[in-house]
Design a protein around this ligand. Structure first.
Ligand SMILES: CC(C)(COP(=O)(O)OP(=O)(O)OC[C@H]1O[C@@H](n2cnc3c(N)ncnc32)[C@H](O)[C@@H]1OP(=O)(O)O)[C@@H](O)C(=O)NCCC(=O)NCCS
Length: 178
């Protein structure tokens, strides 16, 4: 009965970015590094994807797949023995998709110095059992910072979809030519 009641409450709950945020902490071990003792870019991208996917799934309560990653830059190396913390938060939910922002900080646990090393924006799409996109709940920005991110996400979405359309048109034109 308690479980049933909780499901009903959750379904009607107004979901804010705070509700689904994820803070993920990893320790950089030898198997995560290259021959210079730096964290592999691919390993970091994997962690970014996992943290962001968790946000999308927490927000939507659905299985979500990565549709796109806008960009990920590496501002400075992360070394063996550093602690990596990923802060992932939903910026805006659309009909079936959601933009998640991830901020990566690295800390040297021996002297507590901290640096912002990467940021990324990812889009996830909620899918049903047949892999078809399905609607997700709205996201209600609560703080001024949430509102700024919410507005900016709409601009990034426009660019993303424009880029997707250009690529599709390009592929169609090359198919016709061949
Ligand atoms: C993502 C996926 C479900 C979209 O399916 P689709 O049939 O192209 O869907 P639609 O064109 O109806 O778009 C559905 C939503 O996805 C969004 N979308 C699709 N491609 C996108 C892209 N490249 N970037 C951002 N959003 C995208 C659309 O904007 C739409 O969002 P909205 O409903 O909120 O407006 C499908 O392309 C897929 O399954 N891709 C593989 C995902 C995967 O396996 N990822 C792991 C990496 S291998």
């Amino acid at each position: 009965m308690d479980r049933f009641r909780r499901t009903l409450v959750d379904t009607h709950h107004i979901r804010t970015p705070k509700d689904s945020e994820v803070v993920m902490t990893e320790l950089v071990l030898p198997n995560d590094t290259n021959q210079l003792g730096n964290l592999l870019g691919g390993r970091l991208m994997h962690w970014v994807d996992i943290a962001a996917a968790l946000v999308a799934m927490r927000h939507s309560s659905k299985v979500c797949v990565t549709a796109s990653v806008d960009e990920i830059s590496f501002f400075e190396p992360i070394k063996l023995g550093h602690v990596v913390t990923l802060y992932a938060r939903a910026n805006r939910a659309f009909r079936t998709s959601i933009e998640v922002g991830v901020r990566v900080l690295r800390q040297d646990p021996l002297n507590s110095t901290e640096a912002h090393t990467s940021s990324a924006y990812l889009t996830f799409v909620a899918i049903d059992n047949y892999g078809k996109p399905i609607p997700i709940p709205a996201l209600q920005p609560a703080t001024d910072e949430d509102k700024r991110r919410y507005e900016e996400a709409a601009m990034r979405r426009q660019q993303r979809l424009h880029h997707r359309k250009s690529l599709q048109e390009f592929h169609q034109s090359t198919k016709k030519d061949s």
